[in-house]
Design a protein around this ligand. Structure first.
Ligand SMILES: [Zn+2]
Length: 203
């Protein structure tokens, strides 16, 4: 059994983390809501990929990062027969959400140093290249021989299984934001995480 632990970032009480208003003067992407939509779509599609999805944060409120990691590790300990990986799902921003910015694209982060998380990230980049529209900018840091960027974010640092944090497009870029608000975008982001997980275990 392959299990995908889904850390859907932030909560409705998280300050900021939302796009400027769209052209209609009303629509606005909120990062916490976006990450929960992606998580829900992963749950819907997971059977097609023979993956067991586990949502680590069923709450709408934000949950402390160390508790998110503790939930993941408790699950891993309690289910030793399952092959677990973790994705921490986020949306990116180049500014503070008060103005539209130019930066666009998709990227993935692992902790500093080399381990299986780097392999998982590489497979997620492969899947991103397959599922996102042609011309999507896959933002990579190739300086250490792989594409992922590296920083010791709490959840992926503390998780006791391969773990990658994905920044799924920029909600403060109008074109990326439109994609993130669309069913097409949510669906493709969910599929990229599921397919990347399968590639990790099979390729
Ligand atoms: Zn975030």
């Amino acid at each position: 059994m392959i299990t995908l632990l889904i850390d859907n970032g932030h909560g409705k009480n998280t300050a900021g983390k939302r796009s400027p208003l769209m052209e209609d003067g009303r629509t606005q992407l909120q990062e916490w809501e976006f990450t929960r939509k992606v998580a829900q779509r992963i749950v819907e599609l997971a059977p097609q990929y023979d993956i067991k999805p586990v949502i680590l944060v069923p709450e709408e409120e934000d949950i402390a990062l160390s508790i998110r990691a503790a939930r993941a590790n408790k699950y891993i300990r309690s289910n030793p027969a399952e092959k677990c990986v973790l994705v921490s799902i986020h949306g990116n921003a180049a500014g503070n959400g008060s103005a539209w910015m130019k930066a666009r694209g998709w990227e993935a982060w692992t902790t500093i140093g080399k381990n299986n998380s780097d392999k998982l990230a590489e497979k997620l980049y492969d899947a991103a290249g397959k599922f996102f529209p042609a011309g999507t900018k896959l933002r990579a840091d190739n300086s250490d021989g792989d594409k992922d960027k590296e920083k010791d974010f709490t959840v992926i640092k503390k998780a006791s299984c391969p773990a990658v944090l994905t920044e799924n497009f920029f909600y403060d870029n109008p074109d990326d934001c439109r994609y993130m608000l669309s069913f097409e975008g949510i669906d493709a982001i969910a599929r990229a995480h599921l397919a990347g997980t399968i590639y990790y275990f099979t390729k």
